[in-house]
Design a protein around this ligand. Structure first.
Ligand SMILES: Nc1nc2c(ncn2[C@@H]2O[C@H](COP(=O)(O)OP(=O)(O)OP(=O)(O)O)[C@@H](O)[C@H]2O)c(=O)[nH]1
Ligand SMILES: [Mg+2]
Length: 154
């Protein structure tokens, strides 16, 4: 007998991730169903790694002109970053907050950070590379240093 197309997955139950990490435990006790939700599992892992639990972060790092900013724009199908035809287009480490449509993630308050960085090995020299590397570390330690909000169209 021929197999038909796979039936669509049941819709995810919608959850809201609490802003207070300690509530991750108490909410789970109140509602054990949360323990099966991928978003909840990821939030707990992030909290145990002392990272923000509803603000996952992607940072693009690479050589100047490698296509970092283009990759971000392609990933989100939006003009989030400036792209250049010359090298060294991205001048500063910049964190962009992207609101993820809740129907896709099953989480009502998930905010993704995408950090675009200036490319290494450009004509500004090794000192400039070192400054950018330190700046990237600061962005990882302290989210939200410099922000530009962008909403993905649903
Ligand atoms: N052919 C081709 N060109 C690409 C690709 N990705 C990016 N480019 C082009 O490469 C150039 C540099 O792209 P960017 O995304 O600005 O590169 P970047 O790594 O952000 O550069 P910096 O910010 O200067 O470090 C642009 O002209 C892009 O159109 C790719 O996959 N293929
Ligand atoms: Mg760039």
């Amino acid at each position: 007998m021929e197999k038909g197309p796979p039936s669509p997955l049941p819709p995810l139950p919608m959850i809201e991730i609490p802003s207070d990490p300690s509530r991750l435990v108490t909410d789970l006790i109140d509602n054990p169903q949360y323990g099966k939700h991928l978003g909840w599992i990821m939030a707990q892992r992030s909290a145990s790694a002392l990272r923000s639990h509803n603000n996952p972060t992607i940072m693009l790092v690479g050589l100047s002109g490698a296509g970092k900013s283009t990759t971000i724009n392609r990933l989100f199908d939006s003009e989030i970053c400036k792209i250049g035809s010359s090298s060294s287009t991205t001048k500063n480490v910049t964190e962009h907050f992207v609101e993820i449509p809740s129907l896709r993630s099953g989480i009502s308050n998930l905010r993704l950070s995408v950090i675009d960085t200036p490319g290494f090995h450009d004509t500004n020299g090794i000192y400039s590379d070192a400054v950018h590397a330190v700046c990237m570390q600061e962005f990882i330690k302290f989210p939200g240093l410099s922000t530009w909000n962008y909403d993905i169209p649903t």
